[in-house]
Design a binder for this molecule. Structure first.
Ligand code: NAP
Length: 209
C-alpha cells in the first residue's frame, strides 16, 4: 500500500515508518509544517497531537484517503460524519496494543463481580491529554463511572491498572507497554482491514479481531 504517516518523526512514527517499509509498504512521511498532500494514496495514519490531528485527518478525508488514527484526546465524531458522507472508512483505536484490548475486556468482565473499581493510567510526560483514551474507553466498557487517576512522569511509556476492590480482596489488572513496537501489529491489522470497513468511523481493535 502507499501510506502517508502523519507524525512520522514522533515517538510512535519513528517506530512505525520502518515497520511499514519492512512490510513492503511505500511510506510518505509527513511532519509538522509539511503540506498534507496525500491525494492518490491508499491510506493515511495519524500519530500527531490532539491539536494537529483533527486538521490532518480532515485534510486526508477531503482528498478521499481512508485514515487510521492513533492520536488521542480529540472528538472524532465530526470527522466520522465527513467520512460517512464521502463514503470513506475512518478507523480509530484508543490503544493499538493487543494486551491493552485484553485488559479492557477482562476489566469489563470483572466489574460484574467486583463493582468498586478505579483506574490508574500512567504515561510519558509528553502525553498531553488526560485521562488517556484507553482509560476513558475502559471506563465506558465497565459500564459505570469508575474514577480515573492520571500520572505523567519521565520513565513511563504507557501503563494502566484497573483496581477492583472487595471485602478482604483486591484484583489488579495491569497492562504495560514497554516500547512503541507494541502498537505496530495493531496498526498493520487496521491498515489491512481498512478497505473492508463501512464508510464513517469505526472505533476499537475489538471491531477487527
Ligand atoms: P510525539 O512523540 O509527541 O509525536 C508527535 C509527532 O507529531 C511529532 O513528531 C510532532 O512534530 C508531529 N506533529 C505535530 N504537529 C503536526 C502536524 N500538524 N502534522 C504532522 N506532524 C505533526 O507523540 P507520540 O508518542 O508519537 O504519540 C502521538 C499521538 O498518538 C499522541 O496523541 C498519543 O497519545 C497517541 N498514541 C496513541 C496510541 C494508540 O495506541 N492509539 C499509542 C501511542 C500514542 P514536532 O516534534 O515538530 O512537534
Amino acid at each position: 500500500m502507499r501510506i502517508a504517516v502523519l507524525g512520522a518523526g514522533g515517538k510512535v512514527g519513528r517506530v512505525l515508518v520502518p515497520a511499514l517499509e519492512r512490510g513492503g509498504h511505500e511510506v510518505r512521511a509527513i511532519g509538522r509544517g509539511d503540506p498534507v498532500d496525500v491525494a492518490g494514496l491508499d491510506a493515511a495514519v495519524d500519530f500527531t497531537t490532539p491539536d494537529a490531528g483533527p486538521g490532518n485527518v480532515r485534510a486526508c478525508l477531503e482528498q478521499g484517503v481512508p485514515c487510521v488514527v492513533g492520536t488521542t484526546g480529540f472528538d472524532l465524531a465530526p470527522l466520522g460524519e465527513i467520512a460517512r458522507e464521502r463514503g470513506i472508512p475512518l478507523f480509530h483505536a484508543p490503544n493499538f496494543a493487543i494486551g491493552a484490548v485484553l485488559m479492557m475486556r477482562f476489566a469489563a468482565e470483572a466489574v460484574a463481580y467486583l463493582p468498586r473499581a478505579e483506574i490508574v493510567e500512567l504515561h510519558a510526560e509528553s502525553k498531553r491529554d488526560a485521562p488517556s483514551g484507553t482509560a476513558k474507553a475502559t471506563a465506558a466498557l465497565m459500564g459505570g463511572d469508575p474514577p480515573i487517576h492520571s500520572v505523567r512522569l519521565p520513565g513511563l511509556v504507557a501503563h494502566q491498572e484497573v483496581l477492583l476492590g472487595g471485602e478482604g480482596q483486591l484484583l489488579t489488572i495491569r497492562h504495560d507497554t514497554t516500547s512503541r513496537e507494541a502498537f505496530v501489529p495493531g496498526v498493520l491489522l487496521a491498515l489491512s482491514r481498512l478497505s473492508e470497513l463501512p464508510p464513517g468511523l469505526t472505533v476499537g481493535l475489538d471491531a477487527l479481531l
